[in-house]
Design a protein around this ligand. Structure first.
Ligand code: SF4
Length: 194
């Protein structure tokens, strides 16, 4: 089976999934999107309200900030593979529960297996925590995760580069400068990977 047909099969499973309670409140379950041959996988947290309605990743307020960060870094969205830790919207933007993460990340594990990225970029606390656990990287206390953003880690032949989630800019606009700088580094990693 090719990567394309395997991803198409996986995406159909995601789109029709009802494994957890989030299937009751969502309109769409969103599979990943972007280049299947990209060696860079960006991992966001979950679709927002607009994404859930329109069935596309990163098109709401956080999507605008995400596009701005990528544009500043000189990166085209089409050159990366973009997916979510949790494929369905979290009601009222609440935090994901551990059982939801456990049930949904079966899909993420499969995506990573199929895409075979060389660089994984988890965005924000929950995605970073999951990736650090998956690749057995020592995790700091919760209140020290911000120290990981913008640093590179290595495990199992992979580079892992945690970044702040673009949504952070909605609440902490003073982080713009450091986030622009950190996202810009991504361009260097992409250039090396290509
Ligand atoms: S969040 Fe994941 S596990 Fe839960 S219903 Fe959606 S796709 Fe299925």
């Amino acid at each position: 089976m090719t990567t394309l047909s395997s991803i198409q099969t996986l995406n159909r499973q995601i789109q029709t999934c009802s494994k957890c309670r989030l299937s009751l409140s969502r309109q769409h379950a969103l599979p990943g999107e972007g280049s299947l041959s990209s060696r860079v996988l960006l991992l966001a947290q979950s679709p927002g309200k607009v994404e859930d309605e329109k069935n596309r990743m990163f098109i709401g307020p956080s999507g605008k900030l995400f596009n701005e960060l990528l544009e500043h870094a000189g990166i085209s969205r089409e050159t990366i593979y973009l997916t979510n830790l949790i494929k369905c919207m979290l009601p009222n933007s609440r935090r994901p529960s551990q059982d939801e993460i456990k049930q949904c990340t079966v899909y993420l594990d499969k995506e990573i297996e199929l895409i075979q990225p060389k660089l994984i970029v988890p965005l924000g606390f929950h995605s970073t925590r999951f990736i650090f656990m998956k690749y057995h990287i020592p995790r700091p206390p919760k209140n020290e995760y911000h120290k990981l953003f913008g640093r590179i880690f290595h495990s199992a032949g992979l580079d892992i580069y945690p970044l702040r989630h673009p949504t952070a800019l909605l609440f902490n606009p003073e982080k713009r400068k450091i986030m622009m700088k950190n996202y810009k580094m991504l361009n260097k990693f992409l250039a090396v990977e290509e």
